[in-house]
Design a protein around this ligand. Sequence first.
Ligand SMILES: *Cc1c(COP(=O)(O)O)cnc(C)c1O
Length: 395
Amino acid sequence: MNIYADNAATTKMSRAAVEAMLPYMEDYYGNPSSLYSFGQRAREAVESARKSIAECIGADPRGIVFTSGGSEADNQAILSAAALGKKNGKTHIISDEIEHHAVLHTLKKLEREGFRVTYLPVHSDGVVRTEELEAAIREDTCLVTVMYANNEIGTLQPVREIGKICRERKILFHTDAVQAVGHLPIDVESEYIDMLSASAHKFHGPKGTGFLYARKGIRLTNLIEGGAQERGRRAGTENVPGIMGMAAALAESVRDMEENAKRAAALRDRLIKGLAAIPHSALNGDPIKRLPSNVSFCFEGIEGESLLLLLDDKGICASSGSACTSGSLDPSHVLLAIGRVHDVAHGSLRLTLGDDATEEQVDYIIQSVKDVVEYLRGFSPVWRDLCAGKAQFIL
Ligand SMILES: *Cc1c(COP(=O)(O)O)cnc(C)c1O
């Protein structure tokens, strides 16, 4: 059986997205900035995509800036807010410990330039506390950036409450909603979101395409100098096919959202129940406040990497954390932030189901993980010590 269970890393493009792109590669390949009607045809397509995307998050189309993906949108949002803050002598930013590296590394860069950043803890459930956010706000706070949903453990943050606090205190609020857009209902108005990042390949659109939403009146710093595209906020000829694919993918995801989420959550809970039956295992993050397709576990006494390789042999594509963390020996900063100790964090597994997942596949995953965990523990020195009482079980 071949099962792709790594949809938080990337998703398969939908047929609708592929079909929306093809005409803009083969037939209407004009440059949207060209004045002749052939170019204007591409311009109209881009503007209709902007409108359709804006509608999906309750935004004004003029607030949508097309980018190369989620990372660029995160960088631009944070650097723009920082530049605005600095102009007013405000150089304090509030974020949290489990952000994506696109956010964390941008914040680190700002810290080297003299900004101060408060990283809110997320507690063992993987959720930030709004009281702690309120307590962290200072006179010179210019930005709060907290993700909508976490890419590793799937936990959802109290975005609306955070947005409300920021709006009342006149502080800009950005959310990395890359894991949420197309999967959860989002409304930038009622959730008090000033800036939002999204990426097409996380909702069945093409890779290398995304967008940044910025509320009216927020002056964005452009990261890429050049032409006047995107109202001077992002230079470079528009990725017309990518934008068309993204709009089609998002419209379809939003149309089917309720049904997909309900189905996915039922399969997720079946998978959680099955894996929780493995001794000395634990679910990472809150069981309810989480993405409908995210299952993240730690298994004591094993290495996540070995687990992944053996699952691969069984036809299962999974991950041990974020795509960015794998390949490095450090355990995930997200798992450490929810209080997992190094050894336990190393034995992690993330399964993110697709819209087409079935009960049969879930049951096959459960059985495979059980078998592989048992097999690996069979020759793990750490496990032997735990069983012999030479070390204490944590889970
Ligand atoms: C995937 C992801 C990103 C990066 O998006 P790209 O389009 O791959 O640059 C940023 N934040 C989160 C939460 C993500 O899951």
